[in-house]
Every structure is written in C-alpha cells, then in structure tokens.
Design a protein around this ligand. Structure first.
Ligand code: SF4
Length: 197
C-alpha cells in the first residue's frame, strides 16, 4: 500500500520523498510533479494489485532462499534517511557487515530501468542509515539482475534525488519527451499538463 501513501507520509516526514516516486520519475518525469502539485494519486492497476498479493503471500522468504542471501535477512524494511531526504520500504536487506539490498517484482518486464534506479536509491538509503552495501539485486519474476554497488552508484542516486526534488518544487512541470505507448496507458494522463499541451 506504499504508492497510496505518497502524500500522507510526505507531510509526516516533512520534505522527504518516497523512493517509489523517484521510480515513477524515472518512468516519466512529469508524474511526481502531478502528484505533488495536484495532490492526485490514481487507483491501483490490476498488475499492482497482483504485486501486493504476491507480497501478502510472503514469497519474499522464498526469493531470499532462491538467491542464497546471507543471514540475517530482514523483510519489508522501512528506512527513512533524513540526510538524503528520502524513505521507502525495502523488500529485503540481507547480511551483517556488507549488506545486500533486494527489490522484488512479481513479473519479468522489458522495461526495468526505472526499477533499477529505484533499487540504487534504496542501496544509497541503506548505505547511509544501516551500513555499507556491496550488492543490490533486482528480481523480475524468475529473472535476476545483480549490481555491484560502487561509490559512483551512490553518487548517481544522490544526484537523482536532488533532480526529483527540484522537479517537484518547480512551479512548471518538467520537460518530457512523450512516448506514445507510455502516455496511452498512463494513469496520470487525465491531469497531465505535459500531455495536453
Ligand atoms: S501522460 Fe505521458 S507525459 Fe503525462 S505523466 Fe503520463 S506518461 Fe508522462
């Protein structure tokens, strides 16, 4: 139920941005601007509901076993970084001295770069608040993408967080290169100032 909490948690933690919104920004930069400036949160899509159900069935421990993650394993970890100004629920944080961060999606998809960015921001939060992260894993159904986390990834995450903050605080919506297929099925299209101009 994280997505529906964009705005509520934002006020609780003042200027902190939910990582799910950074993921949305990487999908289309106009989305966080719409959420913050219009206070609009659309209904869940069927695939999102399926994703929630997947989590509710506690499949995360099965994923952890399949990946052979080190102990201890913590599931659905809420982390707020006041320093970075972001927060989020991380599917799995595993290990003790060097940590592994895992983001689990129920299905394989061709477009996963925004999920990868989401994961790197999670790695930066954990690195800042819990301990050094050396690995991040994106699970897309049966497929896994493993990233060795380096300083440059943390720097990319920080830059991205700043970029999203600037975008949502701007009086004007960000410039967007329209991608027809994205706009056609976009949950924000009805209110999108970029799409309608
Ligand atoms: S309608 Fe298109 S431009 Fe507007 S938020 Fe959706 S994807 Fe982005």
């Amino acid at each position: 139920m994280v997505e529906k909490m964009f705005l509520g948690i934002h006020y609780t933690y003042r200027r902190a941005i939910p990582v799910t919104l950074i993921k949305e920004y990487c999908w289309c930069p106009a989305i966080p601007w719409i959420v913050y400036n219009y206070g609009f949160e659309p209904d869940y899509t069927p695939s999102m509901i399926e994703g929630f159900e997947y989590r509710a069935k506690r499949r995360l421990d099965e994923v952890a076993d399949r990946l052979g993650l080190p102990e201890p394993r913590r599931y659905e970890v809420f982390v707020l970084s006041r320093k970075l100004g972001v927060y989020g629920y991380i599917d799995i944080v595993a290990g003790s001295k060097r940590l592994t961060v895992v983001e689990v999606k129920a299905f394989k998809t061709k477009r996963w770069k925004h999920f990868e960015k989401q994961l790197i921001v999670y790695a930066a939060i954990v690195n800042s608040e819990l301990g050094p992260v050396n690995k991040a894993i994106l699970v897309l159904g049966k497929k896994t993408i493993s990233i060795e986390i380096m300083d440059r990834d943390i720097a990319i995450a920080k830059k991205l967080i700043d970029e999203v903050r600037r975008a949502i605080e701007s009086p004007e919506p960000p410039r967007v290169n329209h991608v027809k297929n994205k706009c056609l099925y976009c949950r924000y299209r009805r209110l999108c100032p970029v799409y309608s101009t």
